[in-house]
Write a protein that binds this ligand. Sequence first.
Ligand code: MN
Ligand code: MN
Length: 401
Amino acid sequence: MIAAAGGAMMASPALAQTAAPVAAPLPQRGSKGADILGPTNDPRSAEEPFTQAPPATDHGTMPNLKWSFSDSHMRLEEGGWARQTTVRELPISKAMAGVNMRLKAGVVREMHWHKEAEWSYMIKGKARITAVDQDGRTFADDVGEGDLWYFPGGIPHSIQGLSADGIDGCEFLLVFDDGGFSEDSTFLLTDWLAHTPRDILAKNLGVPESALAKIPEKELYIFPGPTPGPLSADLMGGAGQIPKTFSHRMLAQEPIRTKSGRVRITDSTVFPASATIAAALVEVEPGGMRELHWHPNGDEWQYYLSGKGRMTVFGSESKARTFDYQAGDVGYVPYAMGHYIENTGDTTLTFLEMFKSPRYADISLNQWLALTPHPLVQAHTGLDPRQIDALSQTKAPVVPG
Ligand code: MN
Ligand code: MN
């Protein structure tokens, strides 16, 4: 399929002994294209073979639908970091934004709130999360790999890294239901305290002003906190527990299994608190493919957890553009645009799909064709009637290679 392969540069024999040169694909496919005479960023080009040499079916002007967290600014703090992919990094992503955060054991993402709802997937390690709602009801839980949490907009919460199973803290992905979100613009407890007159604070808390001497002068944001005790000690009672729990064990869900993959779907039907974000965790074996489909309910924000994948997005008016993704990348599919995701690597491709919607929904091309009168489908496709009859009327979200 790819005309281009290797030959872009010759490494010196000395270099070749220590590290294989990166074979950047050339912008050539069949009789079209030519080599590159000017400067190139070969490792970068090698990540995007179908951008260097797009398939002949790609056409027209489509917006960029890819961002790598590797290109996001890292905010370094004591014992942790945060980086984000928002409408500022990926301008098409108006519906949702993402944050990738690391907290070492004991390190706290300080008590805060924000306008947007926060959905999260724990990538590795463990954390303790807490929240309080408008009725004085409380929530606390310890979340581990494959667990989710969801905090509605405006609800105050905290996150602290835990030490468990030999892992120092945790790393997680946050998704917000507004692409304009900024992790640097949340409402922080310490920021508020620092910007309230001291006599007002003293009056409000019922303490003398002298008791306020240790209030931080500026926000803490991410900082080493107190050593967490058992979860039972952090269950605060109050007016009772928040009735729709803010955490969910996504990996404990039984997946939809197909010949070449597995899909777990988590929306408000199984995780009632998650009123504005629906998600799917998709695993595709080598050669397999997330089938051609689209979503009738909004944009899709993707996060690649492992492996390599390729997606072509069809945007009507003959527009189509192909992107290559790998672990750590973000993909985006605007509302209603058709797409597939093929595993192009030799390991399992794992990714998350998120939607700003209470319910998960997709339309399968195969199912649509199978359930439309077959002479009509034959007139559109020219397929043999027996091949149309063989199409599955039930969805197979991952098809084999
Ligand atoms: Mn938050
Ligand atoms: Mn999709």
